[in-house]
Design a binder for this molecule. Structure first.
Ligand code: MRU
Length: 351
């Protein structure tokens, strides 16, 4: 995996051979972003069982799963992926150990592939909401880095570009961990999507000046009623969007939707270390000993959310009904996905 702590300055790839290293990589933010964490955990579990004999596997499997479950609390994709691995184990634990290990590896690879496919489908639905010429604001990083590839919120932008829409993007820096400045800005530059970086406290001004047409963010966990947990600062952006009559869209693969969680106030919010707030990289910016709060996520109430875009269609309020329908696979009819321009046209444009 690419070490996201070092971006955008250095592109370093890490290779792990022990599941504990993968769990540590999730905890330490080498890899982050809800869907990416889920995929990494599934891969880590498959790695953890790779050399185990039958009795060892029986003894260790639960411990391996619990090690991953203890890494980060907010993103539901982590628990969703662990649950999928547990189910494969439970259904097949009477098989010979080699087959069981292979089945776990296959499930991890499937989770990886399905995530990319989900992002592409979600992107096509979301792109239909984007008018040609729009300027979009996004917060944090919900791009290829945060997923198995393509991205959720950034996937919508990629799909809009593939559908020939001219878009430009504002990305907010996302204090304190700077996912917007370090990661989203890096991805957008690589994609040649026109992008402007702003600090978080500039967003209200940009909206007031009429510079933002819509907001698209990702989510770490969306409750059954449509309350959306996402990176700290998302709630502020949603309130501002509401104040200025700007649509606020959430890109949520169904792996991020937790129908077992009725409301946002039931979502566990990760509290991270004080150093992320008192320091920027190694430089101290606050007095030693100052008390610090560092909630890594906040919850945007469902009434501030214009629509939730999934890989199975677009959910609109009331979310209690629409999200349940979408998760069941009953695709809402009225909003069609954007069609990417044909590859022939793309070729001729390039050439
Ligand atoms: O703490 P992080 O960087 O893992 O938080 C990531 C976010 O909040 C993303 O916006 C969210 O996971 C959606 S990613 C598709």
């Amino acid at each position: 995996m690419i070490d996201q702590r070092l971006l955008p300055v250095r592109e370093v790839y890490r290779v792990y051979s022990d599941y504990r290293e993968v769990a540590r990589a999730i905890k330490d933010m080498v890899i982050r972003g809800a869907p990416a964490i889920g995929v990494a955990a599934a891969m880590g579990i498959a790695l953890g069982v790779r050399t185990l004999k039958r009795e060892e596997l029986r003894r260790e499997f639960d411990k391996i799963c619990r090690t991953f479950a203890a890494t980060r609390p907010t993103a539901v994709n982590l628990f969703w992926a662990i649950e999928r691995m547990r189910r494969v184990y439970a259904r097949n634990d009477t098989r010979d150990v080699e087959t069981l290990r292979l089945m776990l590896e296959r499930e991890a690879r499937t989770i990886h592939e399905e995530d990319i496919a989900a992002n592409r489908a979600l992107g096509a639905y979301g792109a239909a909401l984007i008018e040609d010429g729009s300027t979009i604001l996004t917060h944090c990083n919900a791009g290829a880095l945060a997923t198995a590839g393509y991205g959720t919120a950034l996937g919508v932008m990629r799909a809009a570009v593939e559908a020939d829409k001219r878009i430009s993007v504002y990305c907010s820096e996302t204090r304190p961990y700077l996912q917007g400045a370090r990661l989203t800005a890096w991805e957008l530059k690589k994609e040649h999507i026109p992008a402007t970086l702003v600090t978080d406290n500039m967003v209200g001004h940009m909206m007031k000046e009429g510079l933002i047409d819509c907001v698209i963010v990702g989510t770490d966990r969306t409750a059954a009623n449509g309350d959306v947990a996402n990176k700290i600062g998302t709630y502020t952006v949603a309130v501002l969007a509401h104040r200025h009559g700007i649509p606020f869209y959430v890109a949520a693969p169904t792996s991020s939707i937790d129908l077992g969680c009725p409301r946002g106030d039931k979502i566990p919010i990760e509290e991270r270390g004080s150093r992320e707030v008192t320091h920027i990289f190694d430089r101290q910016i606050a007095p030693s000993g100052i008390r610090v709060a560092n909630p890594a996520f906040d919850v945007t109430p469902h009434d501030l959310v214009t629509a939730i875009v999934t890989e199975r269609g677009i959910a609109r309020p009331p979310y209690n009904k629409s999200l349940a329908r979408v998760v069941r696979g009953e695709t809402p009819k009225r909003e069609a996905a954007a069609r990417p321009r044909s590859s022939a046209k793309r070729q001729s444009k390039k050439g």
